[in-house]
Each structure stands twice: as structure tokens, then as C-alpha cells.
Write a protein that binds this ligand. Structure first.
Ligand SMILES: COc1ccc2nc(C(=O)O)sc2c1
Length: 240
């Protein structure tokens, strides 16, 4: 997978080269390009923004600069363009899986009040464009959202996680939140590990874990229960 990021703060994306993601690059599982949007400016001030038509607070990022940058970064192919924005559709685990199947992702990091809408409209003529939000809060720019999305996507790629089963047992992989996890010692500050987890009875352990996941989901994210596909809950689940 090829990942390109366009931003006015390239250093914000340095974490992409650390730890797990850095190892994925070293293994050749992904290649990453981070591009400074100002490289496509032509004025002495390297201006990337201007006042909004219709008035209002803040500045809007100029279409010309973004158009030239995306023409260059997307040249020769039809990548999927992802534009983080508070006004976007929610980024979900399902979308992370979709992106993990893409050969080339390009992320456009907005700042200020955002990018002139015509940049998305123009790019949509040539490639699939998603305007996406990572949550119901507002960041200062798209860079942090890109870090979140790239981590969620790259960890799904074969060979990235040490244990592929981890991704298969993710929260949301079966539509539920993961239940609690425990490790040694057996008792810590007077708190004991649930007996069932030390029983060696794997049928009982699986049942307990499923019950914990259902209870946690019901308490914290009841809407996920309602969104489960028909037949996802067995008769035992429904008794909880
Ligand atoms: C101007 O660019 C921004 C600003 C805020 C923001 N907030 C996001 C979010 O997903 O919450 S993406 C994003 C992009």
C-alpha cells in the first residue's frame, strides 16, 4: 500500500515513521510520502489561504495550491482521496477495512476553516473522494485525524501485527466492544482475576468473554447492539 499525505505541517506526521508503522515501512508493507503543501505555492509568502467568500471568521485554503498539489501526488493513478473534516461522515472500523484494501490512499490535511470545496468537487471528477471525521469534536487540522486513520488501517494489513488474530478479535470486529483483559499476578491490590479465566475450561471462558462484551456494549454503546445483523445474538445472548 502507498500512502501520501499533503499538509502544511509535515513534522506532524513524523509518528508515521515510529514503532509499528515504522516497522511496516521497513518491511516494505507500506510506503509513505509526506508532502509540504507550500511546495506548490508560487508567491514569496507561500500563501495557502485567503479570506472566505460571504465573510465569516477565519481563512479558507486556496483551491489553486491544493489542485496543483493533488495533481502531482495523484499523478499516474487513481488513488482514494481522504479529506478529514468535522463535517465528514464517521470514520469506522468498517471504513478502515475498506481503506486497507486500497492500493493507494492520499490524505489531504486541511487547516484554518478548511479547504475550498471546489478542490473536493474537482478531484471527485477523477477519483473516489471521502470527507471523513474521526469523531464528534473539532480538531485544529486534519493531521491528527490522519494519524488515527493510518494507524487503524495499516494495523489491518497482513504482516503488520505480530499476531493476526488480534485484529480478528478487535472491538467492533464482531460489532461489539471488547470485554476486560487480565494478566499476572492473580491478585493485585486485593483485586483477583475472574476465576473462569483460570479454569482452563475454554468453552466457559469463551462464553464469559462474550457475556462481558455484550454487557459492556449494552452499557456503553447500546446503539451497537441495535445495529447487529439479524441472527447475531444467540438465545443465551438474548437472556442477558
Ligand atoms: C481544518 O481542518 C480540520 C479541522 C478540524 C478537524 N476535525 C476533524 C475531526 O475528525 O474531528 S478533521 C478536521 C480537519
Amino acid at each position: 500500500m502507498r500512502i501520501d499525505v499533503v499538509t502544511i505541517f509535515p513534522e506532524y506526521l513524523d509518528p508515521l515513521r515510529a514503532a509499528l508503522l515504522g516497522k511496516a515501512i521497513d518491511k516494505g508493507l507500506i510506503s509513505v510520502g509526506v508532502h509540504d503543501l507550500r511546495d506548490w505555492t508560487h508567491d514569496v509568502h507561500k500563501a495557502v489561504d485567503d479570506s472566505p467568500y460571504g465573510g465569516g471568521p477565519g481563512m479558507v485554503m486556496k483551491p489553486q495550491v491544493w489542485g496543483d498539489a493533488l495533481d502531482a501526488v495523484c499523478a499516474g493513478g487513481t488513488p482514494r482521496l481522504v479529506v478529514p473534516t468535522p463535517a465528514g461522515r464517521p470514520f469506522t472500523q468498517a471504513l478502515a477495512h475498506e481503506y486497507a484494501a486500497e492500493p493507494h490512499l492520499v490524505f489531504a490535511c486541511g487547516r484554518y476553516e478548511g479547504i475550498d470545496q471546489r478542490v473536493v468537487d474537482d478531484a471527485s471528477r477523477r477519483m473516489r473522494v471521502d470527507e471523513v471525521s474521526i469523531g464528534d469534536y473539532v480538531l485544529v487540522g486534519g493531521e491528527v485525524a490522519v494519524l488515527v486513520m493510518v494507524e487503524a488501517v495499516v494495523r489491518l494489513l497482513p504482516g503488520v501485527l505480530g499476531n493476526p488474530a488480534s485484529a480478528a478479535q478487535d472491538s467492533f470486529s464482531d460489532g461489539l466492544l471488547e470485554g476486560p483483559s487480565y494478566t499476572r499476578p492473580e491478585v493485585w491490590r486485593g483485586l483477583a482475576v475472574p476465576d473462569v479465566l483460570r479454569s482452563g475450561n475454554h468453552r466457559a471462558i469463551d462464553r464469559w468473554r462474550r457475556d462481558q462484551a455484550l454487557r459492556r456494549t449494552w452499557e456503553r454503546r447500546p446503539e451497537l447492539i441495535d445495529a447487529l445483523p439479524e441472527g447475531a445474538l444467540d438465545k443465551h445472548d438474548r437472556k442477558l
